[in-house]
Ligand binder design. Sequence first.
Ligand code: GDP
Length: 365
Amino acid sequence: MKLGIVGLPNVGKSTLFNAITKAGAEIANYPFCTIDPNVGLVNVPDYRVDYLAKMHNSKKIVPAAIEFYDIAGLVKGASKGEGLGNKFLSNIRETDAIVEVLRCFNDPNVTHVDGNIDPLRDIETINFELILSDLELVEKVLVKREKVAKSDKSARSEVELLKRIKEVLEEGKSARVLNLHDEEKALLKTYQLLSTKPIIYVCNVDESDVANNGDDNEFVQKVREFAKEENAQVSVVSAKIEQEISELESEEEKKEFLEMIGLSESGCDQVIKDSYKTLNLISFLTTGEDETRAWTITNGTKAVDAAGKIHTDIQRGFIKAEIVSFDTLKEYGNMAKVKEHGQLRMEGKDYVMKDGDITNFKFNV
Ligand code: GDP
């Protein structure tokens, strides 16, 4: 699963990208690799994984991971193919969700491409390019699909949907305001519309604004209001502070630094977790002496399909899943107590997995 970090020049994208990839890399013993300078495979911080690994003295820890892309250089006119515009849009098309960094910090030494700080205008500038590109595509597709729909009834619902989207786009709004349900999303899948992709708005604020999560920053308030309409998440970070944190060597130092500035966790960790949520992903966990691992699944996945994530043989020979939630295990302290109190559940193929389910699949070989 990939997220693309976008934003106007000089808003702090690269600073944040570097801090995020470094933060993800520095969790001790976690595997990490840099595929390309602009791509980072980032571990999703999950205290449950650390807790279970400690409990079972696991030799190996495998956290969940997601990919971040630094998609630099989105400028006005991208949808018209100016400069490298089209390349940026096609990069965004390849992602599963968008992280849009917005400048909300004051610093006279860092110039803003449009003269002054105004995150709502910046959202408009960027989203306009995505909306325009979508509109062009939808108009083209509509002509074709309308022809097909004349003889093929099954194409009619798609045509209706495309018309609804076109209307919204023409109003200058992102298609995600329509809150499409899964079946509708499936109809549109081949088109990869940019403005239907889930989005997180990341407000890059002054150091003084992070402790109270940007509540005193008028720009952040405005972004939050805007994001409501799109059902989008808003994260508040100071890229500058995140950079400083990512340069600290030990976990101890980081903890002290965070305490000093009044944070319980780093903004990067928060952005990574929010990204996971925005992608509609959850983790089920397996744990033992050999390994503690977080397995990524889409929210709503059934037990039998979750089993397939581990191995197709487990999916094929699925008998049942022994499951206890992380919170229950934590409450009882160990597996023996969980069993003793009848808290280890036996779930069948159709059980819908929940985030933090500690799972042991039983299967026929
Ligand atoms: P990009 O063009 O969006 O990738 O922006 P950069 O990450 O390269 O940052 C542009 C400039 O803004 C650099 O000089 C950064 O040091 C500075 N910058 C980034 N984030 C912050 C921040 O949170 N506070 C302040 N004061 N400066 C920042």
